[in-house]
Design a protein around this ligand. Structure first.
Ligand code: NDP
Length: 254
């Protein structure tokens, strides 16, 4: 469909080398976008780039640690240097450290907040001038069910993901006049490297997710292709500041 055609558009996806970020990148590639993906692990970056090239996309893979402001600036500047434009920024890279609240150290807190929240601020700030100059753009931020619910074993993570929602709404209101739409996607429980670790560390998690999710299954990275295309394309030009669960009904169930 033409309004979801991303031919000629350029997307930068942080954490685009695996899981949900790679799922979104696949969707954007299938819709015709050129892609830059950023992560710390070069082998994962290269493998994802090859896969996305197989879908017909031009791909730039960038080794970056998005907890560092200079790396956030570098990935935006490298994308512009390679493709001469940046239409879509997906702030998706994330991490978690699971402990009881009283057991976290300040280093744990900073690692999770810097990775999940501060990076989204820094990458958005770095991308803004190019989107402003181009007359518009799209920012897609990855939240979580922990943007709306708490979890005894994920206090810094839920703080960071609550922050993603409020940051998205503030950016959306500030940049609507510039034709930049900013929205947040809240994944339910999705089968990725991140949650494979959680399943090992949290007793009974797998069964609880199945019982609590109306769709009766874990989500898959493929479940994020459609929402990424919608929020990156002109189909969503009047959608901004929205917070969209992609959760098989998890957040609708009492
Ligand atoms: P993955 O572990 O598969 O993906 C995490 C991605 O983030 C990887 O690509 C990783 O790349 C990248 N990353 C992590 N830290 C950094 C860093 N410092 N600098 C650059 N890249 C980094 O997990 P998911 O796909 O599950 O997670 C993606 C997002 O989805 C996260 O924001 C997560 O919080 C969120 N989410 C996931 C849910 C789920 O059920 N899976 C539920 C709700 C939200 P590399 O290792 O190469 O650095």
């Amino acid at each position: 469909m033409q309004m979801m055609d991303l031919t000629g558009r350029v997307a930068l996806v942080t954490g685009g080398n695996s899981g949900i970020g790679l799922g979104m990148a696949r969707g954007l590639a299938r819709a015709g976008a050129k892609l830059a993906i950023a992560g710390r692990n070069s082998a994962k970056n290269e493998a994802a780039a090859r896969e996305l090239q197989g879908l017909g996309a031009e791909v730039l893979s960038l080794k970056a640690d998005i907890t560092q402001e200079k790396d956030c600036q570098m990935i935006v500047h490298s994308t512009l240097a390679r493709f001469a434009r940046l239409d879509i920024l997906v702030n998706n890279a994330g991490t978690n450290i699971r402990k009881q609240p009283q057991d976290y150290g300040l280093d744990d807190w900073k690692t999770v907040l810097d990775t999940n929240l501060t990076s989204a601020f820094l990458c958005s700030k770095a991308a803004y001038p190019a989107m402003l100059a181009a007359g518009g753009g799209k920012v897609i931020n990855t939240g979580s069910m922990m943007s709306i619910f708490g979890a005894s074993f994920a206090m810094p993570y839920s703080a960071s993901k609550g922050g993603i929602v409020q940051m998205s709404k503030s950016l959306a209101t500030a940049w609507a006049k510039d034709n930049i739409q900013v929205n947040a996607v809240l994944p339910g429980w999705i089968d990725t490297d991140l949650t494979r670790a959680a399943r090992k560390e949290v007793d009974g998690l797998h069964e609880r997710v199945l019982a609590r999710t109306p769709a009766g299954r874990w989500g898959d990275p493929a479940d994020f292709e459609g929402i990424a295309i919608f929020l990156a394309s002109s189909a969503s030009d009047f959608v901004t500041g929205a917070v969209i669960p992609v959760d098989g009904g998890f957040s609708s169930q009492a």
